[in-house]
Design a protein around this ligand. Sequence first.
Ligand code: ACO
Length: 329
Amino acid sequence: MSSTCTIVGLGAHLPRTIITNADMERMVDTSDEWIRTRTGINTRHFSQDNEPCSVLAHQAALKALEHAGLSAQDLTHIFVGTFSGDYNLPTTACILQDMLGLKGLPAFDLAAACSGFLYCLETARAYIALHPEACILVVGSEVTTSRLNLEDRTTCVLFGDGAGAAIVTGQPRLGGIRIVDVMLKADGSVGNLLTVHGGGSACKPVLGAPIGPEYFVQMNGRDVFKHAVRFMSDISISLLQRNNLVPHDIDLFIPHQANIRIIEAIAKKLGVNMDQVYVNVDRIGNTSAASIPIALTEAVQSGRIESGMKVLLTAFGGGFTWASALLQF
Ligand code: ACO
């Protein structure tokens, strides 16, 4: 794809309620020590009832627009990556469009679980190839807690809520972040290792029947762990090779923030020092599709990334789906 694609604004939003590992100890049979040593997570943010997916997305979108120096009226498309939208219908993207005071422009949700933001980013690149004048709002927003069984200690300690947004245009801009390349992959044959079955057409809700554990995230943690490490390492190397680069050419890696041990294993496989890796999983846990845009926004706003740097993003999620993106600052 030869057209220029540039991120001209970034924004992130986290709900105000912070849940510590001590809070988790009061909810399920777990310990701060177990959570920290197995996952690296100390705290995560939980949405309240008045903070559904669209509200988090809206806050992140407003910040991204402000960062870009644009108004909502400048947008031409809205893409939202999520597995925990407000409803089955209407879509969160359409709700967000209305919240932004817009009508008419195309808006849709994209379901690729934790890879949702990078899937949306590649979709934005494709749209910009067709419509070079496009100005696309790309959001990853999740209320993972709406799909967590808060009695299941094997999953509920891992996740948090949040949103991140990017404004993507086809115009080069001073200070903009060039999207050099994106690679997407999926393998449905191992999809049963990480599921939320309940409510789908193959697992229909029955009026008046109790909500069972199938309505929440269920996973084989060990197998997910192994696939996450292998797929994120492999796709990072493939994307770098496609651009005649090696891991040492990258100034900062921003991997999906699922677990510090997954992140460290990927860094080891790539042969990069943890100094080159952005980590916030300790503070916010796994925010699924919001993980990458929140981390990218934080890295930019904290001054961790300077002009001229190359940054590699990589994500992995249910499906399975996985993805990588190369950015030039
Ligand atoms: N507190 C205390 N004990 C726990 C907890 C908990 N919260 N959860 C599980 N345990 C117990 C298990 O029951 C098990 O006990 P047993 O030996 O008596 O059966 C024991 O701890 C060890 O369990 P393991 O599964 O071996 O623990 P492991 O070291 O594999 O860590 C973990 C589990 C953290 C889930 C890990 O497998 C993991 O991170 N997997 C990746 C999952 C993930 O990140 N998924 C997110 C979605 S995909 C993505 O975003 C990449």
